[in-house]
Design a protein around this ligand. Sequence first.
Ligand code: C2E
Ligand code: CA
Ligand code: CA
Length: 741
Amino acid sequence: MSAMDYDNDELIFLEDDGSTDEHVVLGKDWNVLIVDDDEEIHTVTRLALADLVVNDRKLNFIHAYSAKQAKELLHEYGSTIAIILLDVVMETDDAGFEVVKYIREDMNLLEPRIILRTGQPGYAPEEQVIKLYDINDYKTKTELTRAKLLTTIISSLRSYQQIVTISQNRTGLEKIIASSANLFEEHSVKAFCEGVVTQISSLIGLDSEGLLCARAGSLIDREDEDVYVLGAAGEYAKFINKPIQELNSAEIAENIARCLRLKKHIFEHNFSVLFISRAGFEAAVFVRQTHEINELDKHLLEVFLSSISVGYENVNLFHELRNAAFRDWLTRLPNRNEFINMLDKPHIFACEDCCVALIDVNHFSDINDGLGQEVGNDLLRAISDRFLSSFDDSVKKGRIGADVFGLIGPEAVVNPESINELFSSTFVVEDHTLPVNVTIGFCRLDKKRNIGIEILKRTNIALNRAKKNLTDNYEFYAKDIEDQTTWRLDMIRRLRSDFAARKLELWFQPQVDLLNEQVVGMEALLRWPDGNGGFISPAVFVPLAEYSGLIVDIGEWVLEEACSRLQKLKELGYGHLRVAVNISIPQFRDRLFVEKVKLALSTAECDPSLLELEITESVVMDEPQIVIDALRALKEHGVQIAIDDFGTGFSSMSYLQQLPLDRLKVDRSFVKDVKPGASAVLAETIVTLGNKLGLLTIAEGVEKREQASYMIKLGCDEAQGFLYAKPMPFAELLAFLESQK
Ligand code: C2E
Ligand code: CA
Ligand code: CA
């Protein structure tokens, strides 16, 4: 339905600005279409405009929550919609612009006035610490719209009314609308102003000779009150952005000044000066003509000017919205949205060997909590400033999260060394001198992959890996990391459920006296059935269990199971055999660990000296004091302690000497090579060291007879390996022990 076939039940007399005196046929209320995916914005807008009455008519709100729905409603209401308040970012970053195009091009719907808005805010300071990237801050949006909403709505309604009026009478309409629609597409002030001049000239059938001038203070970032040429066509084009004096035309300068002073149009026989006034912006358009402008043309110009001033406001609004949607409020750097947009098209900055970095400020929340948010904000600004002053424009900068910055640029610049260099000196904020440490994730861009959000995700994966990296503060993204991450998460999930379903098994590998080959004990080793008759190696899943913390519960079960097997062995006449159990670092961090070991022993009524705990050197080094304290307590209880994989870690002897050890397990890599050589020398050293410390030594991974002989020669006491027996289920162990009798 268009305005023209709308019910002819009410005639409205326009008298607001004297520019028209036609009777116009319109509906009872002004239809205002609100398009926004945010329910809150609908409510807020409705509340803000609820009492507005323009020309004795109230507003009737129509609500759409997506671009798709907006299109449907547009078909239903057509040009009876006076104003469309349109959210820019909905289903997609530019869903709103798509709707604009659809209205003007596909539907050829020219009457409704369009006001763009967006719901992408900066971060509210108090929400900064919340590490959410996309927070819809309604206040910000309300602030942005509220101040402008009323004036914009009123002037847009006026403009809509004029257009509808004209559309019933004038043939020039299409041209006007097309002109302002064209202008609407222009997103820069310069292009807009040029467009205005061109459109005016063509409207009144003139050559494109004219210029638009405005006072600097009102528009461009200059502080003087001079009048500048903002847009021009024809011979004046070269004066754009110059002060009007440079035209060397007293006639133009004087008349423009007069127009701006009188705030009125001036029509002379060979030129006109048209006055544009809008929300503090005042401009004059000087047009040269060969004949005096007739009344009809004057009228057309009037309408056009009123409609372009809305267009101008749109241009301005568009800029503001773009800033709100794509700039970080604190540092003015591009925000996450804009950073993703930049990543979508890295080729634009012609970056060879382009690299993306995410830089996370370590312990930023401590600064915020300890020194206050103001200092926190200042620090973020100082960091942003350092990026800006250290890296030129070839490096794009952004603030991606509360304390996460982003860089895109050539790897020659965007690399661990130069970024770390940047943070090697302290930051001075107010009275504080703050050293700042960062963690950095990198992702190299290749020519093919340029989906911004994907690249950001990858860089973030690298950043998370970097946080776990113990030696460096950075990590580069590699595809396998991502696959690995997915795979790891899946394995952990399965391990958790299989453990809960009691599917894990504990197998045992005999340990023998090297000299007489009598079984002296066994090592308990976890087995995880893969469901196809095979087993997933503990070398694979134990690290995952450690990573996920699952090892604490699994380890507790291993201890219980081992102790109950010890009890069974005693019953069967093997009361002299010990069982060795592997213990991981997260178990030591469990405050109840010592108690749990004691409980497992007492529940199964086991002699504590038959339980041996195996710990690797890295476990000791990880948290020496916790481990030393726990082991001392357990040693006092009678439990035995062995150092596993000895020789592969880099233990500090001072720690080892503090441990209440019973046994050194010589790692299999030293046992393997019995011919004279480096590893054999090490095997000898380890055994000698063990002997000197008064410890027993056991050789791991003995597979061959000559390895056993060699270890005997070195003075090693015990052995474990395939030569004697492989790890086996408990039932098989019993049969094995039986056969050895
Ligand atoms: P580990 O403590 O060094 O265990 C010895 C590993 O060497 C076992 O591998 C065993 O099957 C293997 N092995 C024994 N004799 C030979 C031999 O002659 N030749 C060769 N090539 N290998 C031999 P497994 O059972 O796959 O266990 C791997 C690792 O998983 C263990 O290394 C241990 O670090 C960890 N693990 C196993 N069970 C547990 C557990 O209950 N708790 C914890 N925290 N870790 C466990
Ligand atoms: Ca072990
Ligand atoms: Ca070992």
